[in-house]
Design a protein around this ligand. Structure first.
Ligand code: SER
Length: 313
């Protein structure tokens, strides 16, 4: 059967890379990129593009009607730091957007839906190290609350209506092809650009703030991997923990110095993102993903830093 793949939120950090990879696999014409804004020249000309607004049901329905998607990737969201500045808007976009898409997926008999969750579903009372799939979850950011609620809705649509929804709890994502926006883990991308341009970077997270991270290539591999897996292997229908590596700003800075010895790293104080980071796990246990659908990561810190510097140079 010919696939018709809809990516909603295609201009973002994940969307930019995912659309490109999906187009290689399924053919450019079969992957429809959609976002609230028009993309740059390259994306606009690489395959079909539509303006989408997940909060505008009429607009969304017109897109479903036109493309009858067999697969959907819903990536439109406000991230953790922006969410704290605009809590109501984050809740509305992250929650109503998800429900609107799930409902149209049912109406138009979409075969599979992908929706990203995050390590932000965990909170101050979740275990910090090797955080398990199932544990206390008391997120205290609007972003985390919306992701945890969203996970529950995904599982609900699967159990009640048989909708094949699949999801991953991404850690911080680091890639050289696209820029992050509005997240707490963004420092780990900005640091590379600043190291190469100015040989120095001021981190908004403290030296010892350890967070789970992943190379974007691994994240895309996990995303396409869970969507390609036979449905019966996907045993968790809320969202899977997935892990790559964990490091602190200090450890990342030391690794960058191996390649750029003149690099200096300083630290800002009193950034609101520190509290968000402090509420999240330091490292993640992803045994279920490894066992259920054979997830494995490729990049560790060393390989990530080398890859980022080689490509951004
Ligand atoms: N990277 C995201 C953020 O920092 C977490 O999902 O908001």
């Amino acid at each position: 059967m010919k696939e018709s793949i809809l990516v909603i939120g295609s201009n973002g950090q994940i969307g930019t890379e995912l659309v490109a990879d999906l187009r290689v696999i399924y053919g450019p014409q079969n992957v429809v990129a959609t976002d609230i804004r028009e993309p740059g020249y390259e994306m606009l000309n690489a395959g079909p593009f539509e303006i989408s607004n997940v909060l505008d049901k009429q607009n969304l329905q017109a897109i479903f009607e036109k493309y009858k998607p067999t697969q959907i990737y819903l990536l439109a969201a406000l991230l953790s730091a922006t969410g704290e500045q605009k809590p109501k808007m984050a809740w509305e976009l992250n929650m109503e957007g998800l429900i609107n898409v799930l409902d149209f997926a049912l109406t138009y008999q979409t075969k599979k839906v992908y929706w990203p969750s995050s390590i932000a579903v965990f909170g101050p009372n979740s275990p910090k190290n090797n955080t398990p799939q199932y544990s206390v979850m008391d997120p205290n950011t609007v972003y985390g609350i919306s992701k945890l609620a969203g996970e529950r809705w995904c599982e609900y649509y699967f159990l009640k209506y048989g909708l094949d929804v699949r999801s991953l709890r991404y850690p911080g994502l680091i890639g050289w092809k696209s820029a992050p926006g509005g997240g707490t883990t963004d420092y780990a991308v900005h640091i590379f650009h600043e190291a190469l341009k100015n040989k120095t970077y001021a981190s908004f997270l403290s030296a010892e703030t350890e967070l789970p991270m992943m190379h974007m290539e691994d994240a895309i591999k996990a995303t396409i991997g869970i969507m390609d897996a036979p449905a019966e292997l996907i045993k968790i229908r809320s969202s899977y923990n997935v892990a790559g590596m964990s490091f602190t700003p200090h450890q990342l800075g030391e690794e960058i110095k191996i390649h750029l010895p003149e690099f200096t790293l300083t630290y800002l104080e009193n950034d609101p993102r520190q509290a968000i980071a402090d509420s999240w796990p330091k490292s993640i246990n992803d045994d279920f993903a490894r066992k259920d659908w054979a997830w494995h990561n490729q990049y560790d810190l060393k390989a990530l830093v080398k890859n980022m510097i080689d490509n951004l140079k």
